[in-house]
Design a protein around this ligand. Structure first.
Ligand code: ADP
Length: 324
């Protein structure tokens, strides 16, 4: 496998309240931060030494140019990032609790990221072999959903390892049963699936995490299922085995992007095993422990600064943190 990643999905601006612990209406001011879960993963992977491409769409406006520049300055290849004059770049307004948990509303009527269509997906992007990561908003909106399915097919055809994070935001779905169906289908087509506890239980329609994990493993059969547990760390589940990897104690200011940082940390640390994962082979326990610890470290480090992209650590920062 090439040390290459393609991330597909939303790329938007987060306007984050400058003060934690106030509602959106009470926020005194907002700071502009680049965002979008797959874009965060792209920057995370790039900072961890993987050659990364981003596939998505922004408006031909100042925000779109800003986002493209941010990706480029993080060495993410934007050759397959489209700019359109048919819609504006999507904006999100975000408030944070004192503990750094977020609440948000979108300005998207429709946003350019949802207009990614099948013609925007170029087979050339899938030359070589590596990991293809997707999820999030492109599941909820057309034509972005059809474009995502096309990209998924091309990634499969070219032998990519498929990684999926649903990033469930119930408010974005008109019908939660449709959300559940689409997420299950996407999981069934993926090798690596990352969910948090809430998403696992939603997908399995049950309130017990262990039963939810069993459900996903039995029905969707990902090669590796990673369940993140916030500051408690994560569970890595493979072939009926379950490894619990404790999280790190840090003073978090903003948990935005922690899950995306985690995905980047997990995928990059498992680089040597991408082929095995694709073939559904069980990985050695030490490899899973090592990857889970690094993924937790990247997740924890991502909570130390406001916003996701500004906070995602480099390889050197992760090494230093793990040595402390
Ligand atoms: P998501 O953002 O997808 O809901 P989590 O909140 O579970 O995911 O966070 C992903 C990972 O980031 C966790 O598994 C953990 O390793 C790390 N993390 C998240 N929040 C914290 C925190 N407050 N302190 C330390 N690590 C954290």
């Amino acid at each position: 496998m090439d040390k290459k990643a393609i991330c597909l999905g939303e790329l938007l601006i987060d306007f984050v309240s400058t003060v934690n612990g106030v509602s959106l209406k009470e926020a005194p001011a907002f700071e502009k931060a680049p965002g979008g879960a797959p874009a965060n993963v792209a920057v995370g992977l790039s900072r961890l030494g993987i050659e990364t491409f981003f596939v998505g769409k922004v408006g031909q406006d100042a925000f779109g140019e800003f986002l493209r520049d941010v990706l480029q300055s993080n060495q993410v290849n934007t050759r397959f990032l489209k700019m359109t004059d048919r819609a504006k770049t999507t904006l999100a307004f975000v408030s944070l609790t004192r503990e750094g948990e977020r609440d948000f509303v979108f300005y998207r009527e429709p946003g350019a990221d949802t207009l990614l269509d099948q013609q925007d997906i170029e087979e050339e992007c899938f030359q070589g072999r590596g990991v293809f990561h997707f999820g999030s908003l492109t599941m909820t909106h057309e034509p972005a959903y059809s474009a995502t399915l096309k990209a998924l097919s091309l990634a499969k055809k070219h032998g990519y390892l498929i990684s999926f994070d649903p990033n469930l935001r119930p408010a974005l779905w008109k019908n939660l049963d449709t959300a559940r169906d689409k997420i299950r289908q996407a999981m069934s087509r993926s090798d690596v699936v990352k969910v948090n506890e809430e998403e696992a239980m939603f997908v399995a329609s049950c309130k017990d995490l262990q039963r939810a994990i069993e459900f996903i493993q039995f029905h969707c059969k990902p090669s590796l299922l990673a369940v993140t547990l916030g500051k408690e760390g994560c569970l890595l589940c493979q072939n009926g085995r379950q490894i619990r990897v404790p999280g790190f104690q840090v003073t978090s200011v903003d948990t935005t992007g922690a899950g995306d940082g985690f995905v980047a940390g997990l995928l990059s640390s498992l680089y040597m095993f991408w082929e095995e994962l694709k073939q559904g082979h069980a990985l050695p326990e030490e490899a899973l422990l090592h990857a889970g610890r690094r993924a937790n470290a990247v997740g924890a480090l991502t909570t130390l600064k406001k916003g996701a992209i500004p906070a995602l650590p480099t390889q050197d920062e992760v090494e230093t943190f793990l040595e402390e």
